[in-house]
Design a protein around this ligand. Structure first.
Ligand SMILES: [Zn+2]
Length: 226
């Protein structure tokens, strides 16, 4: 509890007589508390409410990022973990061209930039995943039945009972090593259809620092908001 939230907690002593209130403001957890309540007791309360707090904080950070996205010329976007500047070129080409530092969108109207970008992310991810899945499949000695790319609100990937894989197109914004972890994770489900100890052992075999990857995903979720 302390580890995750401690730097975000602000305790405000108020004239309240009995009740303790928790609210989320931006990145901070504000605790309104009567003067005589011990800090230790407040921590117990926070511990009990940690899931609610976590959700609220995630929501809040997502909201802030979305607010900042305008899908206009000059805005920065991530592609495989690298920040690139969006350049808009008025044109009838309907095309996205990527260079080292730029993502150039050629289309007739600025309001179509978002759609073109999304299609482009999906296509590039599809290309990358296709090749990587073939590689990991033989390395891990598993067989999958095709894959597709779609929009998930909260998941990064999934594996069905029948062995078909689905990936969130937004992982195209994440670094390669994170995408690879996601692929290994889903492919491991072909052997263990759960998150058991043996499942994680299998993941570890092919991605020894998977815990770091998981933490990265947790900490950087807001980066891929759209
Ligand atoms: Zn899983």
């Amino acid at each position: 509890m302390q580890d995750i939230f401690s730097d975000k907690i602000i305790i405000k002593r108020t004239k309240r007589k009995k009740t303790i209130a928790i609210k989320i403001e931006g990145k901070n957890i504000i605790v309104l508390s009567p003067k005589l309540v011990s800090e230790r007791y407040l921590k117990t309360i926070l511990e009990k409410k940690k899931d609610w707090i976590k959700n609220k904080l995630e929501e809040e950070s997502l909201k802030n990022t979305i607010k900042k996205r305008s899908f206009l010329d000059g805005e920065k976007f991530l592609k495989f973990g690298k920040t690139k500047k969006l350049i808009y070129k008025k044109s009838s080409l309907n095309q996205v061209v990527e260079t080292n530092n730029f993502i150039k969108v050629f289309c007739a109207s600025e309001k179509d930039i978002k759609t073109h970008l999304e299609t482009w992310y999906k296509e590039t991810l599809n290309y990358y995943i296709k090749e990587k899945l073939e590689f990991f499949k033989s390395l891990m000695n598993v067989e999958y039945k095709g894959f597709k790319i779609k929009l998930y609100k909260n998941r990064l990937g999934s594996c069905s009972y029948k062995g078909s894989l689905t990936f969130n197109w937004k992982i195209a914004m994440m670094p390669h090593e994170i995408i690879n972890y996601i692929l290994i994770h889903e492919l491991s489900h072909l052997k263990h259809f759960n998150h058991s100890k043996s499942f994680w052992e299998n993941v570890k075999k092919f991605c020894p620092d998977y815990k770091e990857k998981k933490n990265w995903i947790k900490a950087n979720k807001n980066l891929i908001s759209w």
